[in-house]
Design a protein around this ligand. Structure first.
Ligand SMILES: [Fe+2]
Length: 163
């Protein structure tokens, strides 16, 4: 029989992070749909691609659990509830979500640092991904500063988002 390398608390936290990645996947689908309706057609494609990447992140965590002889548990994913009025709102929501995910990975890394070096190494990959996302959306938030809700100015913001 295969050995189960992951402890129960580590498994529970990994399962919850899989849920968070899938929630991010949903959030980006929601963002993409809002963008399409509001006429930000490039942002629609962009956020659908982001959504696909979040799905891949959840799969990478699931594969990690499987590699270590355990079975991932899937949680219920809540439907996103945002009230976007502008593309700026969407970008800030993405930024906040990526920051929150980054904080969760960082907290998890500090929990496993002296007890589970294998998981720590895996989580460090995700901290790197989060750092890049936080940096990216942070930059777009900076671009949005001073822009009004005027459609023309919001379309300029879309240009900064989707190069
Ligand atoms: Fe992710």
């Amino acid at each position: 029989m295969k050995e189960q390398i992951l402890s129960e608390p580590v498994k529970a936290k990994l399962n919850s992070l899989i849920g968070e990645e899938l929630k991010a996947m949903y959030t980006y689908v929601y963002a993409a749909n809002w963008c399409q309706n509001a006429g930000y057609l490039k942002a629609y494609d962009f956020f659908l691609k982001e959504s696909g990447e979040e799905k891949e992140h959840s799969e990478a965590l699931q594969k990690y659990i499987l590699d270590l002889g355990c079975t991932p548990e899937l949680h219920q994913i809540e439907a996103p509830e945002f009230e976007f009025e502008t593309l700026t709102d969407v970008i800030y929501a993405a930024y906040d979500m990526e920051v929150s995910l980054g904080e969760q990975y960082s907290e998890f890394a500090s929990e496993v640092v002296s007890v589970d070096a294998i998981t720590l190494t895996k989580i460090q990959d995700f901290i790197k991904i989060q750092t890049e996302s936080i940096g990216f959306y942070g930059d777009i938030c900076s671009v949005s500063q001073g822009l009004s809700n005027n459609k023309f100015e919001q379309l300029m913001l879309e240009k900064a988002l989707v190069k």
